[in-house]
Write a protein that binds this ligand. Structure first.
Ligand code: ZN
Length: 455
């Protein structure tokens, strides 16, 4: 098949994130069309006129990111409509790329009328090329881990070793950074040790983050022929020791961050291979379907992250079983979510629990109708319904085919505003594409979604 992505445009100006995909069969006939356009922009007139000169926009962008005189590439720019915080700006999207002490691959959005910076982010973190060697360490739960590391400095402080891995062809690298119990991820401090053996207590969270990142990278490469989160070899960056006793892990659009846990509810969150796979899948999603993180599309974002979480950490269908602290386990909290039996896990956040039965839902009849200011409309709760559908399908056709079907649905069919019903359609269609009309895989997908009440 051939899949063509169309970007929504107004007067020829592209709207960031608003798209439709058209699917053609081998005879170049249109088989299906899916996607969503930004309806607010479709309804309202957007003034796409530009009063700012390109040179002025580039100059503003350079100064916004404190760019040095020597740039790696000439800055590039295009005019886009950029929906940001409730407003639709006609803006220059300027890319600024440079090396140095603080390398940057910045995207800066400059309002094409007022000349003000609307938003900016650093896309990729570059680290100097280095030769990768073997090292090892001890993980949070005591596992011996082989690691890819580099030798960094020789001199007054002697030789040092850092958690940086340049061993994978066409990949910018896998890097693990130390947040040193701060919230500051801008220190760009690679995790460093005095020897190739990372076996101290403080090392354990870093060892698991570095090791698990490589396993997840290899899963997407080997199973889905996907080179890193963006499919183009972007660097995989993890920050560990984020905050103090922090009971969370997240993907912030650029890197993974792991708290140490408070020792009561969680231990170091990087100990969970399923947690690492979950966070990295958020990275894959943001480069593919880019499911908007609210209501049903947000619950799908969470659900796909959980599904690939359990496909990579393939010993069970539970999320977070390796990061629960002894006290939590003693209270019967042995995992965060269960794909096999969602109802067996209590929603521990009382504000969220108040909108439903108090346990994770397994069927649309148990859907939590939540406002946007609570868990973005239930993204971590209602995800259980589609999680359970995935489990049911997996029981029929196995993990490998489940992964192929879900990966195709995510990368070929889903778009930013897809809902549960769109997901059913995308997954059933992917099963048909891969295994044929009337196949057992198609029946399994249909039955899985029927059972959880998504039509
Ligand atoms: Zn998540």
């Amino acid at each position: 098949m051939t899949h063509v992505r169309f970007n929504h445009a107004v007067n020829g100006v592209k709207v960031e994130g608003s798209e439709v995909i058209v699917h053609y069969n081998e005879n170049n006939e249109v088989v299906s069309v899916n996607g969503r356009v930004n309806q607010a922009i479709a309804d309202e007139a957007v003034d796409t006129s530009v009063s700012l000169k390109r040179d002025a926009a580039v100059k503003t962008a350079l100064s916004a990111v404190s760019a040095p005189k020597d740039l790696t590439y000439e800055p590039t720019s295009e005019i886009v409509i950029y929906p940001f915080e409730g407003e639709n700006h006609t803006a220059y999207k300027v890319n600024v790329n440079f090396m140095g002490d603080e390398p940057g691959n910045w995207f800066v959005f400059v309002d094409a009328k007022s000349g003000e910076v609307i938003d900016q982010y650093n896309g990729i973190l570059h680290v100097e090329e280095n030769k990768t060697q073997k090292g090892f360490g001890k993980g949070v739960n005591g596992d011996h881990r082989e690691l890819h590391i580099i030798r960094t400095k020789e001199g007054a402080s002697g030789t040092k070793f850092a958690l940086a891995d340049y061993s994978h062809e066409n990949l910018d690298g896998i890097f693990t950074f130390d947040s040193k119990n701060d919230w500051d991820s801008n220190n760009d401090a690679l995790y460093v040790g005095n020897s190739a053996a990372f076996i101290g207590d403080y090392d354990r969270a870093a060892v698991d983050a570095h090791y698990n990142s490589e396993r997840v990278y290899e899963y997407f490469l080997n199973e889905h022929d996907r080179n890193s989160l963006d499919g183009e070899g972007m660097a995989i960056n993890s920050y560990i020791h984020m905050g103090t006793d922090y009971n969370n892990a997240f993907w912030n659009g650029r890197y993974m961050a792991y708290g140490d846990g408070d020792g009561e509810f969680f231990i170091s969150l990087s100990a969970g291979l399923d947690v690492a796979a979950h966070e990295m899948t958020h990275g894959v999603i943001s480069h593919t379907a880019n499911l908007a993180y609210r209501n049903q599309s947000g619950a799908l974002n969470e659900s796909f992250a959980d599904v690939f979480g359990v496909l990579v950490d393939d010993e069970d269908w539970e999320m977070g079983e390796d990061i629960m602290a002894p006290a939590a386990k003693a209270d019967g909290v042995t995992r965060l979510r269960s794909l096999s039996d969602p109802n067996s896990v209590v929603v521990s956040n009382p504000q969220r629990a108040a909108y439903g039965s108090g346990v994770y839902p397994a069927h649309m009849a148990e859907f939590y109708d939540m406002p946007l200011n609570v868990d973005n409309g239930g993204v971590h709760v209602n995800s259980s319904i589609t999680n359970h559908a995935a489990y049911l399908i997996g029981q029929e056709i196995g993990r490998e085919k489940l992964g192929k079907i879900y990966y195709r649905a995510l990368t070929v069919y889903l778009t930013s505003n897809s809902d549960f019903s769109d997901a059913r359609q995308a997954i059933v269609q992917s099963a048909i594409d891969l295994y044929g009309e009337g196949s057992a895989e198609q029946s399994a997908a249909v039955a899985g979604f029927d059972t959880v009440g998504i039509y």
